[in-house]
Design a protein around this ligand. Sequence first.
Ligand SMILES: Cc1cc2nc3c(=O)[nH]c(=O)nc-3n(C[C@H](O)[C@H](O)[C@H](O)COP(=O)(O)O)c2cc1C
Length: 149
Amino acid sequence: MKIAIVYASKTGNTQELVELLYKLFRSQYINVEVYQAKDFPIPALQGYEGVIIGTYTWGKGEVPAELLPIYRAFENQDVQQMTTGVVGTGDSFYPHFCGAVDEFRDMLYIHSTLAVTLKIELTPQDSDLGRCHRFVELFLKRLERKTCT
Ligand SMILES: Cc1cc2nc3c(=O)[nH]c(=O)nc-3n(C[C@H](O)[C@H](O)[C@H](O)COP(=O)(O)O)c2cc1C
């Protein structure tokens, strides 16, 4: 099973969240490749059974520029069968909390098999651990359902 987490992080919050999710996958003996968005090989996208996007939100609830190439690739490639998830960190001080998560969610819902989303206030806290576990659980459940059909 080929799974990747592709993320962008300016100040480290989203990276911290991605590292936590990576550990949770590894604790279930699931191998996951982790890429900063700038390093992800876009032409290889269709080779993955599962992809998780990790994003911060900038501007007025916008998708970060680093993630636009993969956003467009999801729109333009045939990834309907791919299981996807999106996680993000944001600041609820802003009117559109984790707006980039919502942007990805709406697009991935149309173009892929979106399993689950997760929004975290700034950095993951101990109190977020349960939701992170649930994210991994739901993502894997959907992925297994897909690979069985
Ligand atoms: C200029 C600026 C604009 C931001 N806009 C938003 C926003 O619209 N919605 C939101 O939820 N967070 C917003 N944030 C907060 C960041 O998304 C948040 O701090 C995030 O955790 C940063 O992630 P990173 O550490 O991975 O870069 C903004 C932050 C800055 C500096």
